[in-house]
Write a new protein. Structure first.
Length: 252
């Protein structure tokens, strides 16, 4: 099976890649049956050898190639200073790669991962009929809001429309940061709906040490009684949250 994953939304791309990995082999055998290659450097012969390798104690082996399609972009985009090959040699290499990737063994799954490629990419055109292609563009404007709502629901929380709008405005389309903020908000709010005021509070917290490890078990359970060591601090309010190591670490 051949997959082509490309686009600037690296978060969604990596989530899809994670699903492919989970289906390729059991966790204890995944590492032994996964090969990651640099598409800028790998030759057609090297790639073919890896793809023809028999899986180790598993039905499938996974081959991930980063940047192979970008290598054949019309403008010759390259991540290094490597000189371009002659046109004839380049065409032959493209044909060989396309032929091998379109005829993979049943036991091998190949994933081509790229960021910016055009629809005129010659290797993409050659492989389009044989591959499952997924494009991951950056979410923009109204596309971001349904994603936020779905992500909150997936984490077991609820969120108000105003809070959704504020998150979108504050963080934008960096889904790595957005996902981290949503996890934090769901953890802090428990069964309560995430509101705009809650988003503003967490945005005001320093990002380096928001949670103390000693408080995490309590936060995971939702809004419950604080541990004995900082119960007095909580009863006196946030202004006194420097009276013990737990509270100080949480807000320092």
């Amino acid at each position: 099976m051949l997959y082509i994953l490309h686009g600037e939304d690296d978060y969604s791309l990596q989530q899809w890649l994670k699903q492919i990995k989970q289906g390729a082999a059991t966790p204890d055998l995944l590492s032994a049956n996964t090969t990651v290659l640099d598409g800028e450097q790998v030759s057609s012969a090297q790639l073919n050898t890896v793809c023809e390798t028999v899986p180790f104690l598993s039905e499938k082996r996974l081959v991930i190639v980063n940047g192979l399609l970008e290598r054949f972009e019309a403008k010759g985009k390259s991540r290094g200073n490597k000189k371009k090959k002659p046109a004839v040699e380049r065409e032959n290499e493209l044909d060989t790669l396309a032929k091998n990737l379109a005829n993979l063994p049943d036991s091998t799954e190949v994933v081509l991962v790229d960021e910016k490629i055009t629809t005129n990419n010659p290797l993409l055109k050659e492989l389009s009929a044989a591959a499952q292609i997924k494009h991951f563009p950056l979410l923009k404007g109204r596309e971001l809001r349904p994603w936020i709502q779905q992500r909150v629901s997936a984490e077991g929380g609820t969120i108000s429309p105003q809070a959704v709008d504020l998150l979108a405005a504050l963080i934008g389309n960096n889904l790595w940061i957005m996902s981290s903020e949503i996890n934090k908000l769901v953890l802090l709010n428990g069964s309560r709906r995430i509101e705009e005021t809650g988003v503003r509070l967490t945005e005001a917290m320093p990002r380096r040490r928001i949670f103390s490890p000693s408080l995490m078990p309590y936060l995971r359970r939702g809004p419950v009684e604080p541990p004995d060591c900082c119960r007095d601090c909580y009863s006196r309010g946030p202004a006194r949250h420097t009276r013990c190591s737990c509270c100080h670490a949480s807000f320092a």
